[in-house]
Design a protein around this ligand. Sequence first.
Ligand SMILES: Nc1ncnc2c1ncn2[C@@H]1O[C@H](COP(=O)(O)OP(=O)(O)OP(=O)(O)O)[C@@H](O)[C@H]1O
Ligand SMILES: [Mg+2]
Length: 266
Amino acid sequence: MTSSEVGIEPAVVVDQLTVVRGGTTALKGVRFALEPGTLTGLLGPSGAGKTTLMRAIVGVQIITAGTVTVLGRPAGAAPLRNRVGYVTQDPSVYPDLSVRQNLRYFAKVLGAPSSDIDRVIEEVQLQPQADQVVSTLSGGERSRVSLATALLGNPELLVLDEPTVGLDPVLRRELWDLFGRLAERGVTLLVSSHVMDEATRCHRLLLLRQAELLADGTLGQLQALTGQADPEQVFLHLIDNGVQGPPGGDKDLPGRADPEAEGRTA
Ligand SMILES: Nc1ncnc2c1ncn2[C@@H]1O[C@H](COP(=O)(O)OP(=O)(O)OP(=O)(O)O)[C@@H](O)[C@H]1O
Ligand SMILES: [Mg+2]
């Protein structure tokens, strides 16, 4: 049974979100909702507004207009602190501490149990590097430490800004497998990416272009809309030609293009 069938509220509701950063409109009138337990890919060219949107959802971005509601509360509300995990585009761990020391520190800050530390090390497959100082890790290993910190405390929402950049294909596949397993456990994930083949691993795709939400739908819907089979061609077609509206419907209804969204409460 899907969450919408049992009337569970969306995990994230973004409504008419506009953000101006240093004179640049980074987001303009963005609307969508994320259903709990879904894996959504956030795509768009460099500068499209992906990081800004993620920052707004985790509550570290001053917004100009609109609202962002996360797990039923305004984004950034204090009770959300332990319920939302965020991995920034740049590694945010301490280079002079080991993997385990970093995780011990973040677990303490978040109030996560110390038993979580070994679990998250295993989830990102850093057991061999657990006692290595972060500054000596490879780029891919370092980004996995950031991901491990976000998994502490079993957050209900994970916001991951390009978590697979610099990882080899085997590791990328393993991380996407992990994201899939987390979604099956009911975690809601929003993952930004430039790698279009990763779109095939997402339940749903949001495509930003020049601060606006250009498309919102499943890969299959976007393939049908553009007449393209290859995810990269779908992306390029949408960026070049735009769309009349999201596939399957009315731009005014957040998440309308998601077939599982029927009957949702928002
Ligand atoms: N502090 C800032 N001051 C002024 N403009 C900013 C600031 N931060 C971001 N911007 C602008 O806002 C727009 C959106 O930036 P954002 O970082 O959200 O893009 P992005 O889609 O994440 O790009 P990338 O794929 O390169 O990470 C860009 O035009 C960027 O130059
Ligand atoms: Mg970014």
